[in-house]
Write a protein that binds this ligand. Structure first.
Ligand code: PLP
Length: 377
């Protein structure tokens, strides 16, 4: 049989053909009026996706670069930051902040769990000298989504800066940078934006920029002061910027509310389908970026992922770190719709049967398609 490839992991995600073709266009010089126009349109559209009128920069790096830019420009070595962590990407905030000498106060809960505005409020009360709170919208290692609107409310009430890692969450989950008062929002190209890897984005409020002006930036490449003088301090990823412009155009044509609704129904359909297959969700507050599922008793979790990928061409993700072998993660993120969900579920039924788990074909897809028919995409 021929083998087609289906990319159903939480990044990189599938790239629409029109966007791939944008990247194949002639590379032009970046210090030209022609490129400037394309770049400005890409930034303008990206701001609309972020729902912000704040400064926004597009970086030639993966998402982690934007996290590093956030930390190195608003936190001086020795200053206190509060990090909330419920998985691998919360841990990444801690690692970055520590590398640059911040005094990290870590509020950690077990993988799969989430944190609430009340927990954040309590931690701020205990640490009134903290300058910033580092949070995550969608913890991709577990699928948990945080109430960033509520969390921002308590952080703002305390007069602190809030930075949110929205690398996987943006596009899939509603996010209102300006309405919610988010000082720093970071994201990356290879998740909800439907682009190849290689771009990161960072938006900064006036308060974040003010703090940056008095912070001794510990990074050269990501020094905000340089970006404020010239949004292209170094050679940009020219062809990816063409693709960025095309991708935001596509998102904005669909309309962000519709994009969010599409992800919400894909998330719900996947969750209900795996439950119908007798499986259990891993996350305590699952979102619409991905669904993490506990590996059923007696099944080799690593094999679910490797057989699906290597034999069926369907790439989902396994568990990371201590969750390796215990969970698997199906993304419904970016350039995806009902039939992508059906592909993932069908491949899952097929591999589970092969590994000795009893499930009838169509158990999950029936539930999913009924939800799609009722709630529509
Ligand atoms: C993917 C991801 C990152 C890391 O992004 P890179 O592009 O690999 O640097 C960070 N945080 C979250 C929540 C992510 O999903």
């Amino acid at each position: 049989m021929i083998k087609k490839n289906y990319l159903l992991a939480p990044g990189p995600t599938p790239v629409p053909i029109d966007i791939l073709l944008e990247g194949a266009k002639d590379t032009i010089h970046h210090r030209t009026p022609q490129f400037k126009k394309i770049f400005e349109e890409a930034v303008k559209g990206t701001k609309e996706v972020f729902r912000t009128e704040n400064e926004l920069f597009i970086l030639a790096s993966s998402g982690t670069g934007a996290m590093e830019m956030a930390v190195t420009n608003i936190v001086n070595p020795g200053e206190k930051v509060l990090v909330f962590s419920v998985g691998k990407f919360g841990e990444r905030w801690t690692e970055i902040a520590k590398v640059f000498g911040a005094n990290v106060v870590l509020v950690e809960r077990e993988y799969g769990d989430f944190y609430t505005p009340e927990m954040v409020e309590e931690a701020i009360e205990k640490n009134p000298d903290a300058v910033a709170v580092l949070t995550t919208l969608s913890e991709t290692s577990t699928g948990a989504v945080m109430d960033i609107e509520g969390i921002s409310r308590v952080v703002k009430a305390a007069g602190k800066l809030i930075a949110v890692d929205c690398i996987s969450g943006l596009v899939a989950e509603p996010l209102e940078t300006d309405k919610w008062g988010l000082d720093i929002v970071v994201s990356g190209s290879q998740k909800g934006f439907m682009l190849p890897p290689g771009l990161a984005y960072i938006s900064l409020s006036k308060a974040a920029i003010e703090k940056a002006q008095t912070t001794k930036s510990t990074s050269f490449y990501f020094n905000l002061k340089k970006y404020l003088k010239d949004p292209l301090p170094w050679t940009p990823a020219v062809n990816l910027i063409y693709q960025q412009r095309a991708a935001v155009d596509m998102l904005l044509k669909e309309g962000m509310e519709n994009v969010w609704a599409r992800h919400a129904v894909m998330g719900k359909a996947t969750r209900e389908a795996v439950k119908a297959m007798g499986l259990e969700l891993f996350s305590k507050r699952p979102g619409n970026v991905l669904t993490s599922v506990k590996v059923p008793e007696g099944v080799d979790g690593g094999k679910i992922v490797s057989i699906m990928r290597d034999e069926y061409g369907v790439t989902i993700a396994g568990g990371q770190g201590s969750m390796k072998g215990n969970i698997f993660r199906i993304a419904h993120l970016g350039y995806m719709s009902d039939f992508d969900v059906v592909t993932a579920l069908t491949a899952l039924e097929k591999v589970l049967r092969r590994l000795g788990y009893s499930v009838e074909f169509g158990t999950g897809t029936k539930v999913a398609m009924e939800i799609f028919e009722r709630e529509g995409v």
